[in-house]
Design a protein around this ligand. Structure first.
Ligand code: F6P
Length: 627
């Protein structure tokens, strides 16, 4: 049970690695034993659990079942891929390095290519990096899950991005080794080896790659991986796929998956840059050192347990009251705020108003392929000015505003914004990265602190390299914001054990996850669970042949316009009631509130939420809880 003194035992840290632990699931979909009780944990325990989960990224490989981030083979492949990038940098004419992925993986591709193209511009070199995200630039700020299922779309977008290029290093990112969009791109690379060298980044072992047929394809993700494994022997393809352990919220690859992607690809590109522009050869030792710097980043960040806990509680309280969480950021840290906020919608079924990110400089700072996206609607208004016009006037003390910046940003601009926010809400907080010995900023900071309810300051040692420091700030900020938004939604009661029940069924991976979840929580056979899911999707009590003969794509397209399909299906399975009845039961008591016997009552707005007993509020249906 997750009491206030939660500690992580060594066996719990490694339990997921056992062959018998959820054997039918790939690592990326397993539920993490460390967070089994996260839904009942206090804010402080949630932070500790997230810390322990993140620490699994850097667990040693010795004696482990899976290859790991710091393991020999992974580091060796990273060295080889860095050398390939180096070749492109030396001779950039007609060459390209493309990073591509879906959802968070595509967002990381964008973040990393932006940073390294900027580094090239500063050296008066031409840009060689390009990003692709399934669904286009709107997917940087919103969830576009249907395009992830389209291998042909992936292939076409890669072809388009590489028109006229003679040499392309393609880096496809799919944390679960599962996205058809990326499989289509890798297959295309394999068919055109004279131009393309494919690299796959993901966090499952090769044999756990997804093996379901894809529409219009003769290959599966797994068969593509097998072909790549063959070619990897002669270094014509590369696989970087360490296991980093199951996510804190099952399947939520925005967390460790996103962080490990960022770590690996930054290590690759940094090593290639150092080799090309400062004559520092790419070595095993250098790569390992860089990775260890990220491990220290993790320690340094989570050393702020109390500060993170305070932020998480404040954000949780705002969400519980139906109010907002706003991240106001500067530079690339602001992008991490935008990304974290946008992910809350698909991950927690949040409204786009619940958690929002804003960036100083708006789309000019973003510098994305398709330029400003404001015409897509108010949720694509991302500049601080937009916040001042659209959001600030309606803020009150129940809304939390979090400033995210570093000592190299314009601190007077930060202070000015803080003053304006304080006129509307006292619930102002800050995350601030600074460098040791920066006394001028420290004095300024003193005054500024008085404006904030809490201020989480991380002081970093004077850096050997400015760019490394920046990457550490980014990772640290990602971990902090992921912890705040995840923890706040857990406190709001959105999670059952460590599962998000109200998962949107908007692509085939999520459809399978939903069916699996129904099976786990209802104990009913798979066929019955799928039937219940389809009934909820099509809003019928009896399935017709017309429905059952449709493919998963049709089901997921239909599910796009429905809400709460998984909770509805679950109530039907647990009680045998009709859909209409299930709807009214859910209205009375949403399913994610059923943490019985530790029920979080959301109807009141005091904080911390009072943990009720089942005696106070008996549940008409019970969800299982392992002993
Ligand atoms: O389908 C949604 C999603 O799970 C996102 O949350 C995630 O970022 C994306 O798919 C990509 O997953 P993967 O990196 O495993 O291909």
């Amino acid at each position: 049970m997750a009491g206030s003194d939660w500690t992580c035992s060594l066996s719990a840290m490694h339990e997921w690695e056992s062959q018998d632990y959820e054997p039918s699931l790939p690592v990326s979909e397993k539920s993490n034993p460390l967070t089994r009780d996260i839904d009942r944990a206090s804010a402080k325990c949630i932070v500790r659990m997230l810390q322990a989960c993140d620490a699994q990224m850097f667990q040693e490989e010795t004696g482990a079942t899976y290859q790991r981030l710091l393991g020999e083979r992974v580091v060796e492949t990273v060295v080889e891929v860095a050398k390939r990038v180096q070749l492109v940098l030396k001779d950039p004419q007609d060459s390209l390095v493309v990073l591509s992925g879906c959802g968070t993986s595509g967002r990381m591709a964008f973040l990393i290519t932006s940073a390294f193209n900027r580094a090239l511009r500063e050296l008066n070199q031409s840009s060689v990096y390009s990003y692709i995200i399934a669904g286009g630039d709107r997917a940087l700020l919103s969830s576009q899950e249907a395009p992830e299922d389209d291998p042909k779309l992936g292939m076409l977008s890669l072809k388009k991005a590489c028109e006229g290029k003679k040499r392309v290093l393609f880096i496809g990112i799919s944390c679960g080794l599962s996205a058809p969009f990326v499989a289509g791109q890798l297959d295309f690379c394999l068919q055109h080896p004279e131009v393309y060298t494919p690299v796959l980044v993901g966090f499952n072992p090769a044999h756990q790659a997804r093996d379901e047929p894809m529409p219009g394809c003769t290959f599966t993700f797994r068969s593509v991986v097998q072909r790549m494994q063959e070619l990897a022997k002669s270094q014509k393809a590369f696989l970087i796929n360490p296991a980093v352990g199951p996510e804190a919220i099952s399947g939520s690859s925005r967390m460790k998956g996103g962080s490990a992607t960022k770590i690996l690809l930054e290590v690759v590109l940094s090593a290639a840059h150092a080799a090309t522009f400062t004559n520092t050869p790419v070595t095993h030792k250098g790569i390992l050192q860089h990775m260890r710097a990220y491990e220290k980043t993790l320690d340094k960040t989570y050393a702020q347990t109390d500060g993170i806990t305070a932020l998480l509680e404040a954000a949780g309280q705002s969400l519980l009251c139906g109010r907002r969480v706003c991240y106001m950021g500067w530079g690339s840290l602001a992008l991490l705020g935008l990304i974290d906020a946008s992910e809350c919608i698909p991950t927690f079924g949040a409204d786009y108003e619940d958690v929002r990110g804003f960036v100083s400089g708006g789309y000019k700072e973003l510098n994305n392929n398709e330029g400003p996206l404001i015409s897509l609607g108010p949720d694509f208004c991302i500049a601080h000015e937009d916040f001042l016009h659209l959001i600030l006037p309606s803020l009150n003390d129940q809304d939390i505003v979090l400033l995210v910046y570093t000592h190299s940003d314009d601190v007077s601009e930060v202070a000015e914004l803080a003053r304006r926010v304080r006129e509307k809400t006292s619930n102002l907080h800050a995350i601030y990265h600074r460098v040791d010995g920066d006394t001028a900023a420290a004095v300024q900071q003193e005054d500024f602190n008085k404006l904030c309810l809490s201020s989480l300051k991380i002081t970093w040692p004077s850096p050997a390299s400015e760019s490394l420091l920046h990457m550490q700030w980014e990772l640290s900020t990602k971990l902090l914001l992921n912890a705040v938004s995840t923890g706040a939604h857990v406190l709001k009661g959105k999670i059952y054990q460590n599962h998000m029940i109200d998962v949107q069924v908007t692509n085939s991976k999520l459809y399978c996850r939903a069916t699996r979840l129904l099976r786990k929580l209802s104990g009913c056979p798979e066929s019955q669970c799928e039937e219940a899911l389809l009934k909820a999707i099509y809003e019928v009590d009896e399935l017709t042949v017309g429905i059952t003969s449709c493919d998963i794509t049709t089901h997921t397209l239909t599910a796009r316009n429905r809400s709460k399909v998984v909770p509805l299906a679950l109530v039907c399975l647990l009680t045998g009631c009709s859909l209409v009845e299930a709807e009214s039961r859910l209205e009375q008591q949403p399913i994610h509130h059923f943490h019985s016997p530790f029920l979080i009552r959301l109807s009141h707005c005091s904080y911390p939420p009072r943990r009720m007993t089942s005696v106070e509020s008996p549940a008409p249906y019970q969800l299982p809880r392992p002993a």
